[in-house]
Design a protein around this ligand. Sequence first.
Ligand code: GDP
Ligand code: MG
Length: 177
Amino acid sequence: SSGEEKPEDYLFKIVLIGDSAVGKSNLLARFARNEFNPNSKSTIGVEFQTQKMEIKGKEVKAQIWDTAGQERFRAVTSAYYRGAVGALVVYDISRRQTFDSIGRWLNELHTHSDMNVVTILVGNKSDLEDAREVSSSEGKSVAEAQGLFFMETSARDSSNVTAAFQTVVKEIYDILT
Ligand code: GDP
Ligand code: MG
């Protein structure tokens, strides 16, 4: 790379996927606006939010796409995935059913996007330790088996939220530069 790139040269589309109510919208709200909504319904929101980040001294923009609740009807369209270079596949550590859906979401991701999409498996709601139904080691071993990054997060208490997005963006940057 010449070192002459303009900051706007780096725009990475990243998609949030996973079952309804795992906390996708709140992860994005926490990351992009440092907000958390304890009563969030699947509101019809903006399609995506763009967040500037600094990676290795360069400004990059992560364009993060959130579903508007279509995942409830298994109707996330191919347009949603088109051009994605990164993905956060999210489950809720307090609901095993959402962890059991991970394989289906990975299949859908690979059907609609490049096999090389940088993917992190995210076990959200780590603040709900007392209600935990999926252990950290289970999450980690699925991620290892599938070749994914792995992190547990809490949109409520902020833990690992920035780190999860940053892990994906940094890896994309490393691959593309
Ligand atoms: P989405 O359907 O995947 O977009 O999920 P939402 O972001 O709408 O969140 C669904 C519900 O889970 C809401 O009531 C949120 O307040 C709650 N929630 C989201 N993230 C967390 C978290 O990290 N911890 C806890 N305790 N609740 C969360
Ligand atoms: Mg949502």
